[in-house]
Design a binder for this molecule. Structure first.
Ligand code: IPE
Ligand code: IPE
Ligand code: MG
Length: 226
């Protein structure tokens, strides 16, 4: 079986750069390039939705210069890929708290514009998790329901998550050897298979992705049944 939705925790950019004696931001730039071929490769295989953890709510604690580089990279990525997304009928979703004061108006505008321009597409989805934290997402969803006086159920929470409509995550891939979720898609990954590899994100080739898919194929998923 092929996963319908894969979540990537793109970790190890800093260590990758350090190994080459380069600044951490060099690793982030290289890491962003990985997405270019990877999305096409996985969509061609038949995966419907790809979620990428680009910037966590906790990542604001990094040095200001690195935070700025990461934010600039997102804007650059969106600008560069918007024409391709439109051409390939790929929907761009940005999951995260975009209302935050820490995000500049210009960044917000550019991102929202790209999201709107691709919102009609359903075949392929690229979901970038930016200023994203799973706990924050769940709190937002519950507050939205309470404000409207709606009842809190699993379904109503789900419908108010930033990832509404993307479905559960089938496979989580984390690079760089760390084995944790770091506040990524906690609700959506309740029954996800977890794949960890020592490969650092900038080295994550399409072949590495195929290894993860092969591993996934051999998992027996029972969802609590027998
Ligand atoms: C992941 O790489 C990218 C982001 C968190 C944005 P890191 O920057 O965490 O790289 P390491 O873990 O320090 O090597
Ligand atoms: C998780 O990586 C966040 C992203 C990949 C955006 P981190 O490097 O920030 O997470 P920890 O600190 O290893 O848990
Ligand atoms: Mg890291």
């Amino acid at each position: 079986m092929l996963p319908k939705h894969i979540g990537f925790i793109m970790d190890g950019n800093g260590r990758w750069a350090k190994k080459q004696g380069k600044p951490r931001s060099f690793g982030h730039a290289k890491g962003a390039e990985v997405l270019e071929g990877l999305c096409d490769h996985l969509f061609e295989k038949g995966v419907r939705c790809l979620s990428f953890y680009a910037f966590s709510t906790e990542n604001w604690s990094r040095p200001e210069e690195e935070v700025k580089k990461l934010n600039d990279l997102l804007v650059k990525f969106v600008k560069k890929f918007l024409p391709t997304f439109i051409k390939n009928k790929t929907r761009l979703v940005i999951s995260g708290d975009l209302t935050s004061q820490r995000i500049s108006d210009s960044t917000r505008k550019k991102i929202m514009n790209a999201v709107e321009k691709t919102s009609e597409f359903t075949e392929h989805i690229v979901n970038i998790c930016y200023n994203y934290g799973s706990r924050s997402e769940i709190v937002h969803a519950v507050n939205a329901l309470l404000e409207r006086g709606e009842s809190v159920t699993e379904r109503s929470i789900e419908e108010n998550l930033w990832t509404n409509g993307l479905g559960d995550v089938d496979l989580i891939v984390r690079t760089s050897g760390e084995q944790r979720l770091s506040n990524f898609l906690l609700w959506q990954s309740a029954y996800a298979e977890l794949y960890f590899t020592d490969c650092l994100w900038p080295d994550f080739t399409n072949d590495e992705a195929d290894k993860a898919l092969m591993w996934f194929e051999n998992r027996k998923r029972t969802f609590g049944g027998v």
